[in-house]
Design a protein around this ligand. Structure first.
Ligand code: NAD
Ligand code: TDX
Length: 340
């Protein structure tokens, strides 16, 4: 079995590669990644020398290079994690989100059509469903919830999903889509809520909470997401969408307070800043379908997962310190400079 994993130098893609190499040592895994600001080759150093692993630096939008790789490797399965993934960046500059997330998905699927694959899997997000009101805790996103996007990021992911469904219907491409809630865990880029708060707290820097901090996210430990994708690519039904989430809703402010507590830092570091434009209020996934059809259930409780995650950031300071001292600093200053 040969699998191309795009975006494998990023947060979830790298964790997926680790999961697959451990569970299926005979599979050949090829990571195709452009190494944007969010991709980090050092993340993959533990698998780099495996004979069944190959890294290729390339843009998923570059159809010629993608086709050359397909020609050489003749993959059975393609799992597409490659994306611009940060909502705040999409609000400042949507352009690259449209290119990578939409055009990149199309070019990958064109290569799949040309060479033939047994499965193209699109890693999507719960953000395609928009948000839920805070005063209706009885409501959840199911696979039948209408697409209703809020940010250029979520609109680009939803557009890609529509293309994936169209390629299945029009060309018979054997596709699946997964829509997951917020992930957390090792190698999470420190521009996202949990790693940003851990890094800032460790450096005794202000903890910038958007708006009133009441927004709710449904957090899933990254390994549980990887296991769900593993099940879908092997046993999921072609043409189907699977929601992935663990019924673990938390308010942003409670997460930040928990991080302060775990790290023994004062809550006085918490600084309320201007709200995100179009900020989604609540995400909450109903994972009944993947549970009933594929037997998936999240295994890591948030109370354990957050401790493991904090421990990882404490033990791997060089990984994130290098990031926050580099080019990322310019983004941080532009994004938060005047506020914190
Ligand atoms: P990430 O930003 O950490 O990593 C993205 C990776 O894609 C990076 O390695 C980057 O170099 C690569 N990449 C970007 N543009 C590329 C291009 N044009 N060609 C090739 N590679 C390119 O993202 P993540 O958090 O790991 O998210 C992975 C996927 O999962 C994304 O599709 C995202 O929409 C989806 N998702 C993320 C979450 C989450 O909580 N992080 C939740 C649900 C879904
Ligand atoms: O500094 C911050 N302060 C803050 O209050 C940051 C970075 C975020 N927030 C808030 C905004 C959100 O309500 O925390 C919440 C989580 O924010 P992010 O970590 O940026 O994640 P989110 O916008 O929810 O999107 C994530 O989950 C769905 C991923 O980044 C997406 O790629 C995925 O599709």
């Amino acid at each position: 079995m040969t699998i191309i994993v795009t975006g494998g130098a990023g947060f979830i893609g790298s964790n997926f590669i680790f999961h697959m190499q451990k569970k299926y040592p005979d599979y050949r895994i090829i990571c195709l990644d452009k190494l944007t600001y969010a991709g980090n080759l050092s993340t993959l150093k533990s698998v780099m020398d495996n004979t069944n692993f190959r890294f290729v630096k390339a843009d998923i939008c570059d159809i010629e290079t993608v086709c050359r790789l397909f020609e050489e490797e003749r993959p059975d399965i393609v799992v597409n994690f490659a994306a611009e993934s940060h909502v705040d960046r999409s609000i400042k500059d949507p352009d690259v989100f449209l290119k990578t997330n939409i055009m990149g998905t199309a070019s990958l699927m064109d290569a799949c059509r040309k060479y033939g694959i047994t499965r193209y899997h699109q890693v999507s997000t719960d953000e395609v469903y928009g948000d839920l009101p805070l005063d209706r805790p009885d409501l959840f996103f199911t696979e039948k919830t209408p697409i209703r996007t809020s940010s250029p990021y979520s609109a680009s992911k939803a557009s890609a999903d529509l293309l994936v469904i169209a390629y299945n219907r029009t060309y018979g491409l054997p596709v699946t889509i997964s829509r997951c809630s917020n992930n957390y865990g090792p190698y999470h880029f420190p521009e996202k809520l949990i790693p940003l708060m851990i890094a800032n707290a460790l450096n005794d820097k202000p903890l910038p909470v958007y708006g009133n901090g009441e927004n709710i996210r449904d957090w899933l430990y990254v390994d549980d997401h990887c296991k769900a994708i593993d099940l879908i690519i092997h046993n999921g039904k072609v043409g189907e969408v699977y929601n992935i989430g663990g019924h673990n809703e938390m308010k942003n402010i409670d997460i930040v307070k928990l991080i302060c507590k775990e790290l023994n830092k004062p809550e006085s570091l918490i600084t309320y800043v201007a709200d995100r434009k179009g900020h989604d209020m609540r995400y909450a996934i109903d994972p009944t379908k993947i549970h009933n059809e594929l037997g998936w259930l999240p295994e890591t409780k948030f109370s354990d997962g957050i401790k493991k995650t904090i421990k990882w950031y404490l033990e791997n300071r060089e990984w994130w310190e290098e990031i926050i001292s580099g080019e990322y600093r310019n983004y941080y200053e532009k994004m938060y400079g005047a506020k914190v």
